[in-house]
Structures are given as structure tokens and as C-alpha cells.
Design a protein around this ligand. Structure first.
Ligand code: SF4
Length: 353
């Protein structure tokens, strides 16, 4: 399915995007253009609440102000270039990166009984190099701007139905933290979408300095990609373990209060005979002891070009039961969108799709 658009394509949009600007930035823009201060609030309302796709439609701004804005800025939205729909209703959207249309990024829309979650990307490719991840094997092709992150949310047909956003698509959010923080500010601010930060989860492999900054500045939920509790074994599949050991990441997390509404969870993809036996479950319990958290076990989607294999359902259930019996809330995550390569670790951003 192709959602063609009336919006200009990224390549014909060299003007600075309004999308992604905070109220402070809009106030600076208005001041620089001799517009009244309250115009910034009006622009934010048109942009984030009414979600117009044309500056000309901002009818409570003077004609002069609108035509000046049209000379110097653009809304900054561009619709996806492709959409694949899974048998289970999951949709994978493909976008061009606005400053480099040769690069593609993906978002996954996951409807559920009472939720509609969008999994967004924050980078084209990724430099973390996790061995089991299709994105990680592609290398790094650039950070997404705040506008490109938000565009994934604003430009899909289901935009108004979304109940949750997870930063678990392509890229490592802590490696593009300024733009991720600004995007979450727009989503949560009263002048923006006005969402509770509890509806947003940001994932990370655990880049400690950036994670600390994120924990200090944001109230969004955090999901740490753990995948193996043993340092030497984790390093084999996640090279960032060398710089930021998981034990140090957990130490940092222990310094924050998780008994309130903000949640910490750990993502644990299950690989057959690699991280799914009792030895790993025992060590995981030891590592997380006393930390108020949950563990999500994720079924790995095996493909012929990866050496990793899917754990058996029995191994996964055994692992879950061990954790639950040792006071760690643990769930087996249902797999979604596998048939369109939309599941965890399968996002590749292929234009050919
Ligand atoms: Fe990057 Fe996440 Fe893939 Fe690791 S799993 S390479 S952090 S996208």
C-alpha cells in the first residue's frame, strides 16, 4: 500500500521545518520576525494540536505573518513512501530521511485490543553493532532530526489513534539524545501533544553517560536491552558491553526510584543454547536482585543469514517461570508483524520492499 501525499517530497523541502520546534524555539522565531510573542503559542497549536499541513491554514496569524513564515520555514511533514500490512494488522511504514532521501527508516504500527503502539526509529542504521540485529549489521547512516522522529508519528493515517510510542525501531536513542529528548518534549508538553510520559518507552543498550542524562531529564519509561547477564557472553553479541558493562548500567539504574509510575524494563531476546538455560536465569536474578523492574522475554526471529536460532517454547517458559518464582515480573512478548519483517531486530529500511 502506498500512502501518496499532497505534501512535498523531502528533497523539495529545504526550508527549516516547524515540526520539532519547542515553544521556546517558536518564541525565538517569532521575536526574530517581529511577530507578537503569543503567535508562538498559536503556531504550536496549529502544528501539534490541530496538525495542519499548510502554514496558510494558520488563520489566526496575520496574512503578513503567514506569508513571511512561508518564505522561511515549512511544516516539515512528509508521508511514508511505503506501507506493508501484516496478516495480524501490524503495519510497517517506510520513510525517507529528509536531509538524505537515499536513506530510509522504518516505523511499525502495532494495533492491539486496547492499545495502538507506534515503534519509531531515531537513526538511519545504528552504530551499536549488535550481532543479532539487521539494523546493526547495516552500519550507521546518520541521526534523525527531531522533525524526522516526529514525522513518523504525525504523518501516518493512525496518528490520532496512537496510545503509546516506543523508541525501539532503528538506532540507539542514547546515541541521538538531543533529538530524542526534544521529540519527547514535544509529545509530552502541554503546548505539544500533551501526552503523559508514561505512554512513552525509550530503549537503550545502556550508554551510561547519555542514559544518566536521560534519566535526569525525562520521566519516560526506560527499556534496557540486556540479552545476556554474563559480561563475556554479552560482549559476544553486543559490542557496547565492553565500554558500558551491564553491571554498571544496573548500578546506575539502582540510583533512581522505580517504585512510582516510571518503569524500568529489561528486554531479553531468547537465543537457543546461547542465553536460555538455567545458568542464565540464575545469573539474571542475581544481577537484578532488589531492583523494581520487569523482564520482557522476546522470541528471536531466525533467518537463514544469521547464526542465531530461536529458543524453544519450553525453554522460554522455563526461563519465565524461574524469574517469576524469584520475584522478577517476567512476560513472554507476543510476536507481531513477523511476516513483514517488522518484528524486533528485523528493521532494515529497504526501499525495495
Ligand atoms: Fe542498534 Fe538496537 Fe540493533 Fe543494537 S539492537 S544494533 S542498539 S538497533
Amino acid at each position: 500500500m502506498d500512502h501518496t501525499s499532497s505534501h512535498p517530497s523531502p528533497s523539495s523541502q529545504p526550508l527549516q521545518p516547524l515540526l520539532g520546534m519547542t515553544l521556546d524555539q517558536l518564541q525565538l522565531l517569532c521575536a526574530a520576525e517581529g511577530m507578537p510573542r503569543f503567535a508562538a503559542k498559536q503556531i504550536a497549536d496549529w502544528l501539534y494540536n490541530k496538525q495542519v499541513d499548510d502554514i496558510g491554514a494558520m488563520t489566526n496569524l496575520s496574512l503578513k505573518a503567514r506569508s513571511r513564515l512561508q518564505e522561511i520555514v515549512a511544516i516539515g511533514r512528509h508521508t511514508p513512501v511505503n506501507c506493508q500490512v501484516s496478516a495480524d494488522g501490524t503495519k510497517k511504514y517506510l520513510f525517507q530521511k529528509s536531509d538524505d532521501p537515499s536513506q530510509y527508516i522504518e516505523s511499525v504500527y502495532i494495533p492491539d485490543a486496547d492499545r495502538a503502539t507506534l515503534c519509531v526509529s531515531c537513526q538511519a542504521g545504528c552504530r551499536m553493532g549488535c550481532r543479532f540485529c539487521v539494523t546493526g549489521q547495516q552500519g550507521f547512516h546518520g541521526n534523525l532530526s527531531t522533525a524526522d522522529i516526529l514525522n513518523q508519528i504525525f504523518s501516518i493515517p493512525e496518528s490520532r489513534q496512537l496510545t503509546n510510542i516506543v523508541f525501539m525501531g532503528m538506532g540507539e536513542p542514547m546515541d541521538n539524545l538531543d533529538h530524542v529528548l526534544r521529540a519527547t518534549e514535544v509529545i509530552t508538553a502541554p503546548w505539544g501533544l500533551g501526552w503523559s510520559p508514561r505512554r512513552i518507552t525509550v530503549s537503550t543498550v545502556g550508554i551510561i553517560p547519555a542514559l544518566k542524562r536521560f534519566l535526569d531529564q525525562s520521566q519516560c519509561h526506560v527499556a534496557v536491552s540486556l540479552h545476556n547477564p554474563f559480561a563475556a557472553e554479552r560482549e559476544q553479541i553486543m559490542p557496547m558491553q565492553r565500554a558500558y558493562p551491564i553491571a554498571s548500567v544496573v548500578e546506575l539504574l539502582r540510583q533512581y526510584d522505580w517504585s512510582g509510575q516510571r518503569r524500568i524494563s529489561f528486554e531479553y531476546t531468547m537465543f537457543r543454547n546461547l542465553n536460555d538455560d538455567t545458568r542464565h536465569a540464575v545469573e539474571l536474578v542475581r544481577l537484578l536482585k532488589g531492583l523494581f523492574c520487569r523482564v520482557n522475554l522476546i522470541r528471536f526471529h531466525s533467518s537463514p543469514d544469521t547464526p542465531f536460532r530461536t529458543s524453544t517454547p519450553q525453554a522460554m517458559e522455563r526461563f519465565r517461570d524461574y524469574l517469576n518464582a524469584h520475584v522478577i515480573t517476567c512476560t513472554l512478548r507476543a510476536s507481531r508483524g513477523e511476516d513483514i519483517m517488522a518484528a524486533c531486530g528485523l528493521l532494515a529500511g529497504h526501499a525495495a520492499e
